[in-house]
Design a protein around this ligand. Sequence first.
Ligand code: XUL
Ligand code: CO
Length: 444
Amino acid sequence: MAAAHSTGSEAFPGIPKIRYEGPATKNMLAFRHYDPDALVEGKTMRDHLRFAVSYWHTFRGTGSDPFGAPTMIRPWEQGGDTVEAAIARVAVAFEFIQKLGVDFYCFHDRDVAPEGKTLAESHKHLDAVAAALKAHQEQTGIKLLWGTANLFSNPRYVHGAATSCNAEVFAYAAAQVKKAMEVTHSLGGAGYVFWGGREGYQCLWNTDMKREVDHLARFMHMAVDYAKEIGFTGQFYFEPKPREPTKHQYDFDCATCINFLRAYGLEKHVKMNIETNHATLAGHEMQHELEYAGMQGYLGSIDANTGDTLVGWDTDQFPTNIYLTTQIMYSILKYGGLAPGGVNFDAKVRRESFEPVDLFHAHIGGMDAFARGLKIAAAMRADGAIQKLVDERYASWSSPLGKRIEAGSESFATLEKEMLAKGEAAACTSGRQELFENVINTYM
Ligand code: XUL
Ligand code: CO
């Protein structure tokens, strides 16, 4: 494939196309485990993982933090926040994604195009950059996994967007999402994400929670109606997060989101986009969130990253822990895969890793960690040792009594009769947690 950039000069000179070279290679700009066309459980790694690069962190991240200024060396930011610079940046993004060999990307409207002085001007900017995105997609075959709107950076969203106390802010957010959905649709996006960054509160005394949550539902119904109107059939996702930037966000975790969807008649229209560091902020393991969404039929897509056990905030680090990626891929395989979702690296290089080449090291590490997790999870499923241990633990549910309860043919009265006759329940067996953990380690 031809290199996809219009300027003729490369943004990442000296970095070749990243290829699979196998575990023994000494080349750190190569994959050791991600072999896109290799088959796992009869499907290519590429199709299992559906990797995506996130436009915001990878191309727009500056390295600033609450205590310090930007550190990143990013030649493609030198043009400033103009439409021309934004269009030139598209070529940089596609060069990177193509060299990395990733099939998808994700963006917020305001990552790709600068906000204008008016809504009309912002729409115009977005259209101009979307045309460049479309041209590069066609030239490279790289696709849009999902689009979204940034409803949290501009000061107008200080009290939230769909849950703002200001009705005109709700209206503005609706207009912004309408446009972002149109652009996502025109780029063939496989999905559209709603992350409620400021849809929550800092203080309950000044908050009418019922009204705010009702408004969020009204907003979502409008989005569902508009998708139908324009023929957008991509998957809608909620991305749960319990807090940060607000003290409490309404999309706290998967269970909360799914309850909201059912309470407001939206349950058929939205699945979960689950992010590791958001799960841990909610006091859950990523595995918990995947299992909860999966068992309810709501597992949609994931934002792959990880937190730091000693830093309390959403550090969005690249995932390199094989144990974590194995847990993730085990649940994903169990619930039938992610498509049309994928594995989006909503992750940023550390502030101290400020050279462009660090972006390659970060993504290569994350992709290899997921490929290894996939291979290990598939091996665990192939010999079935873990499933056998789980089945043994629940063996009593295959007894005549267990089967009758599961089938719904028993009642409190019939069970009382049964236990009065027995006098005591059968003794419990050991949970064998340590055995389970030791068996898991035999695959690592
Ligand atoms: C913020 C976050 C967002 C969403 C998209 O924590 O994860 O980048 O993924 O708005
Ligand atoms: Co995210």
